[in-house]
Ligand binder design. Structure first.
Ligand SMILES: [Zn+2]
Length: 362
């Protein structure tokens, strides 16, 4: 069944056709004005999921009725479906106002946001809720059926982690081998990147990475290491550069992968205080690539939209499926989390300037 493979492929609306203030909030003030309550959030998610109107996720029929509670009733399979059913928001007990605020903080800052910071910003009852929410968004950051890198693509491997243990909150990762691919632009700048944890630098492993991430016919630029010629095979052009003995340093010979690798490492140590664990590293690498590949977006609101657009298409994730050891380590030492407290909704009515009314003074 070849068709099955194509099911997950979809094309987002090109950025040139999207406008700040119409298709996505242009700034924080607009975000607050657009999403005063969960109903407004749900409507935006519904519009992103079904821009042409309701399509049943089970039988793919386009006809149904809206029910009083906002869900749809499929005419054909008689299923009741909400706009968030089967997505990362599936059966969430966290208000959608909080989800959208988290998406905004995650995309509006150049380095994203850590669970510790989000926990403080949004007044979550538990660190765990903030952590799970960010992680669910990370699962939505890899677009199904996304394009592969093309043109001249630099490829290298690097070790991430390996900070010496001993200091609390550090060294949780150990040393993990990561394959890096970066498009080289004619203008000497860099295009998009892909990052993936690999078990070893053997030719077959690197070949899988290339086939998944780089379009056949592209030219692969690597160092002169042994596995590359057979990894590249006759699928790609190959420009090997023998760093050893050339007098040229690796970061000069392979500037793209070295730049991306150092940015990733700095981000993991900075925003996340080096507390990322091996089991979750790939999700963090995906988040880094999501932001890096959209770093030239003029409006941060566009990233917010892209994230939500992918989120309504991503499979639901449960907290249990995310963790092997179900006790996430805080990025910085802190007081024990208060569990079982749901974050308060960020829904709001226009307020009557409370600062003018306290103590009965006006
Ligand atoms: Zn149906």
């Amino acid at each position: 069944m070849r068709l099955v493979q194509d099911e997950g492929v979809w094309s987002p609306t090109p950025a040139s056709e999207l406008h700040a203030g119409r298709d996505y909030p242009g700034d924080y003030a607009q975000l607050l004005a657009w999403f005063p309550d969960d109903a407004a959030c749900a409507d935006y998610l519904e519009w992103l999921r079904w821009p042409q109107g309701f399509v049943c996720p089970r039988c793919e029929t386009g006809s149904g009725w809206r029910m009083a509670d906002g869900r749809f009733w499929c005419e054909r399979c008689r299923r009741r479906v909400s706009a968030t059913a089967g997505t990362i928001f599936h059966r969430t007990r966290t208000p959608l106002t909080v989800w959208l605020a988290a998406a905004w903080f995650m995309t509006s800052s150049k380095s994203g946001v850590s669970a510790t910071t989000l926990h403080r910003l949004l007044g979550f009852g538990s660190y765990q809720t903030a952590w799970t929410m960010l992680h669910r968004f990370r699962t939505a950051m890899v677009r199904p059926g996304r394009d592969r890198l093309a043109g001249r693509v630099e490829v290298d491997e690097t070790y991430v982690g390996g900070v010496k243990a001993g200091k609390r909150g550090r060294g949780a990762l150990g040393k993990v081998l990561v394959a890096v691919a970066v498009e080289l632009l004619d203008s000497k700048g860099f295009g998009r990147c892909r990052l993936r944890i690999i078990p070893s630098a053997h030719a077959t492993v690197l070949r899988h990475f290339l086939l998944d991430c780089v379009k056949p016919g592209s030219t692969v630029v690597t160092d002169g290491l042994v596995p590359y010629p057979s990894a590249v095979g006759n699928v790609y052009g190959h420009e090997p550069f023998a760093v050893a003995g050339s007098g040229v340093q690796a970061h000069v010979a392979l500037p793209g992968t070295h730049r991306v690798a150092s940015l990733v490492k700095r981000w993991l140590l900075g925003t996340h205080h080096g507390a990322v664990e091996r089991d979750h590293l790939q999700a963090y690498l995906d988040e880094f690539a999501f932001r890096f590949n959209r770093r030239r977006s003029e409006f941060r609101g566009l990233l917010f939209r892209r994230l939500l657009e992918q989120a309504v298409r991503a499979e639901p994730v449960t907290y249990r499926s995310l963790v092997v050891d179900p006790s996430p380590k805080p990025e910085t030492p802190q007081a024990p989390a208060r569990r079982h407290l749901r974050p308060a909704s960020l829904a709001h009515e226009p307020t009557l300037r409370p600062w003018r009314h306290h103590n009965g003074l006006r």
